[in-house]
Design a protein around this ligand. Structure first.
Ligand SMILES: Nc1ncnc2c1ncn2[C@@H]1O[C@H](COP(=O)(O)OP(=O)(O)O)[C@@H](O)[C@H]1O
Ligand SMILES: O=C(O)[C@@H](O)C(=O)COP(=O)(O)O
Length: 420
C-alpha cells in the first residue's frame, strides 16, 4: 500500500462527496469512508475523505469526532490534512468550524492555517473576506433562513474570529492575484503579526489554482471543496475529466429530500411540474405520532415500477419556521431526518437501486440507516454532486448526496439520465 497523500475530514456527508468529486477530477484516486474506519485502508489510494456528521453537533462532540478522524488518517501516514466544511460556511455561533480547526491545529502542532469556502464553480466567491453566493452576500442568499445554521453575517473574518481563540486575519484578493509567492510572503507577514488563521479571497478557479503551491507546506488546510482542485497538483497529479467509472446503473429509482434550501425547493417544484410522482411529508404529523414512514412507503410501493418517486419534507422558510416554533429547530430536524432515513431504507428494501438524497444532514441520516461504510465516486451530475456507488443493506446501490443549494432546477430528473 502506498503512502496516503491527503487525509480529509468532512463535516457532513454531501460535503464529503463534493470534496471527493473535486479531488477525483483533479486526478487523485479517492475513497470516501463513512465515519472513522475500524481498520486500516484496504485500497491503494491517494486521498481518503472521512465523512463525519459533525456540522451541527455540540462543539465537544464535533471536536472529538474530528480528532478521531485525524488520528486514523495519521495512522495511514497522511501527508497533509484537509478539513472540509460548507461553501456557505454553515456553522452555529458556537462553531463548529472554528473549534474543530483549532483542535486540529493543536493536535498537529501547527501555528498557521487558511480558511476559505470559495467554490467558484458553484458561485461561492470570497472577496475582502466577504462571502458571496451568486451575486449576493451570504446573508441575503437564503442561508439567513437555514433551519439549523442560519448565516446572518457575510464577513468571514468576523464569523471565524467569533468562533476562535486564535487571531484571524485575511489574505485578500490583491495578494492572491499576484500568485503563490505573494501568498507565501503574506502568510509569513501574518504569522509575524500573531495571526494563526487567515481567510483567503478567491473569486475564480484561477485564484484557487494560483494559491495552490503556497499551501503545499501547510500541515493543515481548511476549506470548502474548491481548494481541492488545486492541491493534487502539489503532489504531481494532473486534472482528469474522466471521473472513475461506476458499475452500470439499473433498478428502481427514488428521490428523498429533507433539504429546505432554495435550490432544493426549486428542484421539488420542477419534478412535480414535469408530472413526477411526489409525496410531501408533514413534520407535525410525525410529532403527533403518525407512522409517516410507513404511509410514505405504502404510497411509493405501487408507483416505483413506473419511474422515479419523490418523498420530501422540503418546505419554504415560512413553513419551516412555523414547524420549528411548535417543535423546536433541533427536535424538528432530528425527527424529520429519522423519518426520511427510514423511508430511504424501506425504499432500498423494496428494490430501489438508484437513490438521490437531498440535504446534508438528511444524507448523513440516510447513509447511516442504509449501513453504508464506503463510497466509490463516479460521474458528476452538477458541480459538487457526483453519483456514487456503495454496498447498502447487502446490495449494490447507486446513490447521490446532493448538497442543499447545489444542482440545477431539473436535478431530480437529470440525475437519472446521467446514470443511464
Ligand atoms: N418541513 C420541515 N420543517 C422543519 N425542519 C425540516 C423540514 N424539512 C426538513 N427539515 C430539517 O431541516 C434540516 C435540513 O438540513 P439538511 O438536510 O442539511 O439540508 P441542506 O443541505 O439544505 O442544508 C434537516 O435537519 C431536516 O430534517
Ligand atoms: O460545500 C458545500 O457547499 C457542500 O459540499 C456542503 O457541504 C453543503 O452542505 P449541505 O447544504 O448541508 O448539503
Amino acid at each position: 500500500m502506498g503512502k496516503l497523500l491527503l487525509g480529509c475530514i468532512a463535516d457532513d456527508f454531501t460535503g464529503a462527496t463534493d470534496l471527493a468529486n473535486n479531488l477525483v477530477r483533479a486526478g487523485m484516486r479517492v475513497v470516501q469512508a463513512i465515519g472513522v474506519p475500524d481498520g486500516p485502508l484496504a485500497a491503494d489510494v491517494d486521498a481518503v475523505v472521512v465523512a463525519l456528521k459533525s456540522r451541527t453537533n455540540p462543539v465537544d462532540e464535533a471536536v472529538a469526532q474530528s480528532l478521531a478522524a485525524l488520528r486514523w488518517l495519521q495512522g495511514q501516514g497522511a501527508h497533509q490534512i484537509y478539513f472540509k466544511y460548507c461553501s456557505t460556511f454553515d456553522s452555529t455561533p458556537a462553531g463548529n468550524i472554528g473549534p474543530v480547526t483549532e483542535a486540529l491545529m493543536d493536535a498537529l502542532g501547527t501555528e498557521f492555517t487558511i480558511a476559505t469556502p470559495a467554490f467558484p464553480d458553484n458561485k461561492r466567491t470570497v472577496f475582502k473576506g466577504y462571502l458571496f453566493v451568486g451575486d449576493v452576500l451570504l446573508s441575503e442568499s437564503g442561508m439567513q433562513n437555514h433551519p439549523l445554521t442560519p448565516m446572518a453575517d457575510p464577513n468571514l473574518v468576523r464569523v471565524m474570529q467569533s468562533q476562535c481563540r486564535r487571531k484571524v486575519g485575511l489574505i485578500d484578493h490583491a495578494v492572491v492575484a499576484r500568485g503563490a509567492a505573494a501568498v507565501t510572503e503574506r502568510i509569513a507577514q501574518l504569522k509575524a503579526e500573531g495571526v494563526a488563521i487567515a481567510i483567503v479571497d478567491a473569486v475564480s478557479n484561477d485564484d484557487l489554482l494560483r494559491m495552490g503551491p503556497a499551501l503545499a507546506a501547510l500541515p493543515l488546510v481548511t476549506a470548502g471543496s474548491g481548494v481541492a482542485m488545486a492541491l493534487p497538483a502539489n503532489f504531481g497529479f494532473a486534472p482528469s475529466p474522466a471521473a472513475s467509472v461506476l458499475p452500470f446503473g439499473s433498478g428502481l429509482r427514488a428521490v428523498v429530500s429533507g433539504s429546505c434550501s432554495l435550490a432544493t425547493n426549486r428542484q421539488v417544484q420542477d419534478f412535480i411540474a414535469r408530472g413526477g410522482a411526489a409525496l410531501a411529508i408533514d413534520p407535525l404529523r410525525i410529532a403527533d405520532g403518525a407512522d409517516v414512514a410507513a404511509e410514505a412507503l405504502a404510497w411509493a410501493t405501487p408507483l416505483l415500477a413506473r419511474g422515479p418517486v419523490l418523498v420530501y419534507s422540503t418546505a419554504d422558510s415560512g413553513a419551516v419556521k412555523s414547524v420549528q416554533s411548535r417543535l423546536g429547530a433541533e427536535e424538528a430536524g432530528a425527527m424529520v431526518e429519522r423519518t426520511i432515513a427510514s423511508i430511504a431504507r424501506g425504499l432500498v428494501e423494496r428494490g430501489v437501486r438508484q437513490l438521490v438524497v437531498a440535504g446534508g444532514e438528511t444524507s448523513g441520516a440516510c447513509v447511516q440507516a442504509l449501513g453504508i461504510t464506503q463510497m466509490q465516486i463516479g460521474p458528476q451530475i452538477d458541480p459538487g454532486v457526483p453519483w456514487c456507488h456503495a454496498q447498502a443493506l447487502g446490495a449494490g446501490l447507486h446513490i447521490t448526496l446532493k448538497s442543499g443549494n447545489f444542482g440545477g432546477d431539473d436535478f431530480f430528473t437529470r440525475a437519472f439520465e446521467v446514470l443511464a
